[in-house]
Design a protein around this ligand. Structure first.
Ligand SMILES: [Zn+2]
Ligand SMILES: [Zn+2]
Length: 363
């Protein structure tokens, strides 16, 4: 019996999401059906809504989520009915060369790619966004995407571990493996940027320079551990970061998804330093890097960070444990709560730069 779920559907670029019923198949081998508890309102979904990234439409977006297991398919042993889970948006196979060499976020055989017709919108098969389609009150996911949530962690907090916390903290601890005493700049202080900042503080960065154009974002950055702030609306941000650090930082993180700020991050990196691209740069555009920086004059680098180089079954439990010990701020990330029916209002607030993070809460 298929499950009828209430969902927010995107029919076209720059159109409001429509709330309607969709159909989800029963869980097959290795799959899990969850009742959604909370889904974060992440900027990455907005890139698809605005057409900066393409996706077959209509679609149910959403990729930062936690829920309770209501049904399991054959062969599922890592979770059982009633378990509270955070859902990772990569579902690594555990067998390919990327997985067995410790980089499951780059799995070349993700199960989400194999499960393209298990969700139906108006009776027509649709691909599950990020293997989950989290803007719905039920989700059919790969069992390998599910990570247990301890009792001490609220589900809305667990949802944020599923994207912004993992992506931000992991960019520091996993992707670049920051050394104690190194210096960082973080360009863009939204949900992901704030987590890069607190990840850098946890990892022992000596200077954490937050760059944004909004004073409310810079104030949040200071709360999350930024040692210095640069208001990019007032003067040249690159020159300010270079002046503060005597030539640049070890790592400059791009956390917005703009070509201009990606270029700036490369310029903010000191000789031997790196620009770390965490934001989703527009899919079709190309970055231009000055040869003088990358060759023998600079030995600088540029590196992408996908999902904080997550190994979800290992990383998400320690992130939630640090939250329990109050060493990671996650409650403070949540600015507003909305119902699914209010999702378009939530996205308007995100576009307006009003919030750190909003969460859609399901009852
Ligand atoms: Zn996200
Ligand atoms: Zn794999």
């Amino acid at each position: 019996m298929p499950t009828i779920a209430r969902a927010a559907v995107l029919y076209g670029v720059n159109q409001p999401l429509q709330i309607q019923d969709i159909e989800l198949d029963d869980p097959g081998a290795g799959e899990v059906l969850l009742k959604t508890s909370a889904s974060g309102v992440c900027h990455s979904d907005l890139h698809f809504m605005e057409g900066k990234w393409m996706y077959p439409l209509p679609a149910v977006l959403g990729h930062e989520s936690a829920g309770v297991v209501v049904q399991i398919g054959d062969g599922v042993t890592n979770v059982k009915v009633g378990d509270r889970c955070v859902i990772a948006f990569v579902q690594s196979c555990g067998k390919c060369d990327r997985c067995i060499t410790g980089r499951p976020n780059l799995c070349s055989d993700t199960q989400s790619q194999q499960r393209m017709d298990r969700l139906k919108i108006n009776g027509a098969p649709s691909m599950q966004f990020a293997g989950m389609s989290a803007f719905a009150d039920h989700q059919l996911v790969s069992a390998t995407a599910c990570v247990h949530v301890p009792d001490a962690v609220p589900m809305e907090v667990a949802a944020l571990v599923g994207c912004s916390v993992m992506t931000g903290v992991g960019a520091v601890t996993n992707t670049v493996k920051l050394q104690v005493g190194q210096t960082v700049a973080v360009v863009g202080c939204g949900g992901v940027g704030l987590n890069i900042i607190q990840g850098a503080a946890l990892a022992g960065a000596s200077r954490i320079i937050a760059v944004d154009m909004l004073e409310n974002k810079l104030a949040a950055a200071r709360e999350f551990g930024a040692t210095d702030t640069v208001d990019a609306s007032k003067g040249n941000a690159v020159e300010q970061v270079q002046a503060m650090t005597g030539g640049g930082v070890d790592y400059a993180f791009e956390a917005i998804g703009l070509m201009k700020t990606a270029q700036q991050c490369f310029e903010m990196a000191r000789r031997g330093g790196q620009a770390v691209i965490v934001g989703m740069l527009p899919m079709a555009e190309q970055l231009t890097i000055p040869n003088a920086g990358i060759s023998f004059l600079g030995e600088k680098g540029i590196i992408g960070s996908l999902y904080g180089s997550t190994r979800q079954a290992y990383d998400m439990p320690w992130l939630m444990e640090l939250y329990r010990q109050k060493r990671l701020k996650i409650d403070e990330l949540i600015s507003r709560r909305y119902t699914l029916d209010e999702i378009n209002v939530a996205y308007d607030a995100l576009k307006g730069g009003e919030v750190n993070r909003s969460v859609i809460v399901f009852n």
